[in-house]
Ligand binder design. Structure first.
Ligand code: ADP
Length: 592
C-alpha cells in the first residue's frame, strides 16, 4: 500500500531539511577549513617573527645548552607551539618537545623546506607529517638575525594541524545539533500543516465514497478557508447536486418502471444491434421469459416467434415504424397488435420499442357485434315479412272477406307486438351493455316487488293454467337494488317460468337470507332445459331449439338482460334444470 499523503508530505519536509544540512556542511566545511588554516598561518607567522627577534640574544653569546632549553620551553609555553631552534648549518640546538640528549640525535634540519625558505627568503612555511611527533604539522620558520646581516640560525614554530581538524569537527558537531533541532521543528510544522491540509482531503475522499448512496451530509465538514477548504466546499456542493440528480433519476426510473410494469400491453425494447434491453412483466408473461435472463441477448434468440421477429427486424433494418397484427398460437391462440417504433438512444444509435397489445377480446367483440346486427335484422325480418304479407293479402281484397279479415288483422297486431317487444329488448340490452343505465340503488323489500310482478302476470298465468305461489316471509332483509331493474329481472324470470310451463303447472317463488346476501329462487314445473342448452341460454338471441318456431313468443334477449342486471347489482345468477321436470333460477343479492 502506498504511504498516505500526510506521511509523504512529512517525509518531504524532513528530506528538504536533511538535504539543506548536508549541502550546508558540504559547502562550508572546506571553506571553513581554509579560513581556519590561513588564520592559523597568520598568527603563527607573527609569533615566529616576534620570537625570532627576541631569541637573537640567546644565540649571540656562546650558546649554553641548558639556557637554550629553558628559553625554548619558555617560548613554547608562551605561544602554545612547538619551538625549535636550528643553527645556520642545520643542527638543531633546541626543541621544546625534545630533551637535550634527544636533540643531539635529531637529523640535520638544513634541508627542511621551511628552513631553506627562511634562510633564503626571510620566511618559510610548510605543512607535513612530523617524523618526530608522528602527526601532521604546520611549520613556520624565520631567520634569526646575526651581526653582519647573515642569519645565525632559524627559529621554527610548529603547530599540529589536528587543531584545524578539531575546530572543523566542533563546527560539524554544532551543525549537527542545529540540524537535529531543525529536524524536530520541521517535523512539528509538517505534522501540524499536514493535519490541516489533509483534513479537507480526507473530507473529499469520504464525500466521494458517499456520492449516490444518499449519505452526503447537508453541510461540509470543513472549516479551513484556504484552497483545500474551498476545494472541499466546492466538492461538497457538487456531491450534493449529484446526489439530488441521482435521487431524481432513481425516482423517475422507479416511476417509469412502475408505469411500464403496470401496463397491460407488453413492452419490448431493443438496442441498435437488436439485443434486448427491457421486457415489462406483460411481455415476460407473453413470451415466458424473464427480463433478467433475456437482457443483452439478441431478440432472435430469445423471442422465438417468427412473425414478431419479422416485425422487429423490419423496424430495425428500415428504421421506420411498423404496425402489424400477429397471432400467437401458444400457450393459447391470441391476436396481438404490434406497434414497433424506432427510438433514438443518442450517439447515432437507433433502437426499437415495441408495444404489444392483446386484441383477441376486441376481435371477439367485433364478431359478437356483427352477429348481433345479423341476428337483429333476422329477428326483425320474420315478423315484418309476415305483416307485409297479410297487409298485401288484405289490400288485394281479403279486407272485404268478413271471414278472414279480422283474423289477418289480429295476426298483424301480434307480429307488431312481437316487433315492439324485440325493439324494446334490443334497446334495453344495448343501453345496459353500453353502461348508460343509471342505477338508483336503495334498500328494497323483495316481497313487495315480487308481489307486484306476480299480480301483473296473473292474467298470463291464468291463461296458461299455471299457479304461482310465493314463500316470502315479512322478516326478510331488504336488498341493495334498483327497484325498477329488480322488477325487470323478476318479470323476465317469472315470464319464462310461466311461458315454458305446462298447463296446470306450478311456479314457486321463495327467498332466504344467506350470510350477507339474500337468495331468491324461481322454481317451475315446466319442460326444463336440455343440458347442452344450459351454458348458452344467457347469450343474446339464444333460444331453445323448440322455441325458434315462434310457438312461444320471445326474443332470446330476456336472460341476457337478466344476467347483465344481476351483475350490475353485484349479484350472481345460477340455473339448475332437469328436462321434463322443471328448472330453478337462483339469484343472490347483497343485503342493504
Ligand atoms: P325467450 O324467453 O325470449 O326465448 P330468454 O333469453 O328469456 O329468451 O330465454 C332463452 C331460452 O332459454 C329460451 O328460449 C328457452 O329455450 C330457455 N328458457 C328460459 N327460461 C326457461 C324456463 N323457465 N324453462 C325452460 N326453458 C327456459
Amino acid at each position: 500500500m502506498k504511504p498516505s499523503f500526510g506521511k509523504r508530505l512529512t517525509a518531504s519536509y524532513l528530506f528538504v531539511v536533511a538535504v539543506t544540512l548536508v549541502i550546508t556542511g558540504w559547502l562550508l566545511t572546506p571553506r571553513l577549513k581554509q579560513a581556519f588554516l590561513s588564520q592559523l598561518e597568520q598568527s603563527l607567522a607573527i609569533q615566529t617573527t616576534l620570537v625570532a627577534q627576541v631569541v637573537v640574544s640567546s644565540l649571540h653569546t656562546p650558546p649554553v645548552p641548558a639556557m637554550i632549553e629553558s628559553r625554548v620551553l619558555q617560548f613554547a609555553h608562551l605561544t602554545g607551539c612547538r619551538v625549535t631552534l636550528i643553527r645556520a648549518d642545520g643542527v638543531v640546538i633546541g626543541d621544546s618537545e625534545r630533551s637535550l640528549e634527544e636533540i643531539s640525535k635529531m637529523d640535520n634540519h638544513l634541508q627542511r623546506p621551511e628552513v631553506q625558505a627562511a634562510l633564503n627568503q626571510g620566511r618559510g612555511e610548510s605543512s607535513r607529517f612530523s617524523a618526530t611527533l608522528h602527526e601532521d604539522m604546520l611549520y613556520m620558520a624565520a631567520p634569526i638575525a646575526a651581526s653582519q646581516g647573515r642569519a645565525s640560525g632559524v627559529l621554527r614554530l610548529a603547530l599540529p594541524l589536528t587543531e584545524v581538524n578539531h575546530r572543523i569537527a566542533a563546527f560539524q558537531k554544532n551543525l549537527l545539533k542545529a540540524g537535529a533541532a531543525a529536524f524536530v521543528v520541521a517535523l512539528g510544522v509538517a505534522l501540524v500543516s499536514v493535519r490541516k491540509i489533509s483534513r479537507p482531503l480526507r473530507e473529499l475522499v469520504t464525500l466521494s465514497g458517499h456520492i449516490g448512496s444518499g449519505k452526503v451530509p447537508e453541510t461540509p465538514n470543513v472549516d479551513s478557508r484556504d484552497e483545500f477548504g474551498r476545494l472541499a466546499r466546492a466538492f461538497h456542493e457538487m456531491a450534493s447536486r449529484i446526489e439530488e440528480k441521482v435521487a431524481e433519476l432513481t425516482r423517475e426510473r422507479r416511476q417509469l418502471g412502475a408505469m411500464l410494469s403496470s401496463l397491460v400491453e407488453g413492452i419490448v425494447a431493443l438496442d441498435h444491434q437488436g439485443r434486448l434491453l427491457f421486457l415489462n412483466p406483460a411481455a415476460e408473461q407473453l413470451f415466458a421469459v424473464r427480463s433478467a435472463d433475456a437482457k443483452g441477448r439478441p431478440f432472435l434468440e430469445v423471442l422465438r416467434h417468427s412473425p414478431l421477429n419479422e416485425v422487429l427486424t423490419k423496424t430495425l433494418a428500415e428504421r421506420r415504424s411498423v404496425h402489424q397484427e400477429i397471432i400467437l398460437h401458444s400457450p393459447e391462440e391470441r391476436v396481438i397488435s404490434v406497434n414497433a417504433l424506432t427510438v433514438d438512444y443518442g450517439d447515432n444509435q437507433t433502437g426499437v420499442l415495441a408495444a404489444l397489445h392483446y386484441i383477441t377480446e376486441l376481435r371477439k367483440l367485433e364478431n359478437v357485434r356483427r352477429e348481433f346486427v345479423a341476428n337483429v335484422s333476422h329477428e326483425l325480418k320474420t315478423p315484418l315479412t309476415s305483416i307485409k304479407g297479410y297487409a298485401e293479402t288484405l289490400l288485394e281484397g281479403a279486407i272485404d272477406d268478413p271471414k278472414h279479415n279480422r283474423a289477418f288483422l289480429q295476426i298483424i297486431q301480434q307480429h307488431a307486438n312481437d316487433l315492439g317487444r324485440l325493439i324494446d329488448d334490443v334497446l334495453d340490452l344495448s343501453t345496459i351493455e353500453a353502461q348508460r343505465v343509471i342505477y338508483r340503488f336503495e334498500p328494497v323489500a323483495v316481497k313487495e316487488v315480487v308481489e307486484r310482478i306476480v299480480m301483473a302476470l296473473d292474467p298470463m298465468a291464468k291463461g296458461k293454467k299455471v299457479t304461482i305461489t310465493t314463500d316470502l316471509p315479512d322478516s326478510l332483509p331488504k336488498v341493495r337494488a334498483d327497484r325498477e331493474k329488480l322488477a325487470q329481472i323478476v318479470m323476465n324470470l317469472v315470464d319464462n317460468a310461466i311461458k315454458f310451463n305446462k298447463a296446470g303447472g306450478q311456479v314457486r317463488i321463495s327467498a332466504e337470507p344467506y350470510e350477507k346476501t339474500l337468495r331468491l329462487q324461481f322454481k317451475d314445473t315446466g319442460r326444463g332445459i336440455p343440458a347442452e342448452d344450459l351454458p348458452r341460454i344467457f347469450e343474446r338471441f339464444y333460444r331453445g331449439n323448440k322455441d325458434r318456431s315462434h310457438e312461444i313468443p320471445g326474443t332470446g334477449l330476456g336472460l341476457a338482460i337478466v344476467k347483465h342486471l344481476v351483475e350490475a347489482h353485484h349479484g350472481t345468477l345460477q340455473v339448475q334444470s332437469t328436462p321434463g321436470e322443471g328448472s330453478i333460477f337462483s339469484i343472490v343479492f347483497p343485503i342493504a
